[in-house]
Design a binder for this molecule. Structure first.
Ligand code: NAD
Length: 311
């Protein structure tokens, strides 16, 4: 795997792409945000960590400028932009039958959607605990530690699985090959489906949300719906474990001081990923005959807010 592309090189794509580049690999950033792409090409990617600020030279291009085929494409657009990005890459022959596509986006159902473009034997699904931010075009903010867990979307391993693991670990991204990535994806999606829309609708930090003494009465029915839908999709989740994970985020020393990413997206005038979290759970619920009124309602409320805030 010589040629690596990061399709969607915002905050998280910037982190993963820059770390792989720094490990000595041939990496290209692909993004639709022209100002960002120009800034990276003109001044380099400015990276601010806890201890230093430095500039990394890394090539960045717009999707229509792609003119080569990649061995590995890591997809880190927001969920709603992934299919359009991949179709452009496919039309530009950036993806062929040997290319591995790895989705590291939050949310549910990416493997099924991407399999409309390439077979599942070429798709890898990852879940990550790394975080990243952007301070402006071409300016990354990288704090904290994280990990990556991934698996081929059809559950089988191949030599590319080992190769991707090697690349991630060369890049100090702390990766492991999972034997059940779906469980991890659903667990993270549960946390995101609870805290993201609630803190966004209520305009509260995670800790502020937890201060209401009956917050469990809001959280538990949401978890119950997600566990029921996951079970019907063949993924076994434990409601008590998920509740504990959510409550572990409440203290200020954990994530309590933060507004979740959905809050940041909405109040910066951008569409949210709600259709890939609560909206996807409600969609699966309808298909499977499982009632998901709480997830359905949160999806509607976020869309109501998008009508007000998205420019
Ligand atoms: P991001 O918004 O930083 O980048 C995604 C895309 O948004 C980029 O392709 C860029 O073109 C565009 N973009 C960003 N800022 C813009 C601006 N000001 N103007 C115009 N376009 C802009 O998103 P992200 O946080 O990197 O998230 C990508 C995926 O990774 C999502 O699925 C997200 O849920 C997931 N994720 C993010 C983090 C994180 O800490 N950022 C952590 C884990 C998973």
């Amino acid at each position: 795997m010589k040629k690596i592309a990061i399709a969607g090189a915002g905050a998280m794509g910037g982190r993963i792409g820059s770390q792989i580049k720094e490990a000595g690999y041939d990496v290209k950033l692909i993004d639709t945000w022209e100002e960002h792409v120009n800034a990276i090409n003109e001044k380099g990617l400015e990276i601010q960590t806890e201890t230093e600020t430095y500039t990394l030279q890394i090539p960045a291009i717009l999707p229509h400028q792609v003119n080569e085929t990649f061995d590995l494409v890591i997809i880190l657009t927001k969920s709603m932009h992934a299919e359009e990005m991949l179709r452009t890459l496919y039309d530009k022959n950036a993806i062929n039958e040997d290319t591995a596509l790895l989705s590291m986006m939050n949310g549910l159902g990416h493997g099924d959607r991407l399999s409309a473009i390439v077979p599942k034997t070429q798709i890898f699904l990852a879940v990550t605990m790394w975080t990243a931010g952007l301070r402006g075009p071409g300016q990354l903010l990288l704090e904290g530690q994280g990990s990556i867990e991934f698996q081929r979307a059809d559950g089988h391993a191949d030599e590319r699985t080992e190769r991707i693991n090697q690349i991630f670990n060369d890049a100090k991204l702390n990766a492991t090959i999972s034997d059940n990535v779906f469980k991890s994806i659903w667990s993270k999606a549960t946390l995101n489906s609870v805290l993201n829309p609630l803190c966004t609708i209520l305009d509260k930090t995670i800790n502020e949300f937890s201060q209401y003494d009956k917050s469990r009465d809001i959280v538990e029915p949401l978890i119950a719906e997600i566990v029921a839908v996951a079970e019907a999709k063949g993924v076994s989740l434990n409601a008590e474990t998920l509740l504990k994970k959510i409550e572990a985020a409440y203290p200020n020393e954990a994530q309590g001081l933060h507004y979740p990413s959905m809050h940041q997206d909405l109040y910066h005038g951008r569409y949210t990923e709600v259709d890939y979290l609560n909206g996807q759970i409600a969609k699966y619920g309808r298909e499977l005959g499982i009632a998901t009124p709480n997830n359905e309602m949160l999806t509607h409320l976020i869309h109501e807010l998008e009508m007000k805030h998205v420019k």
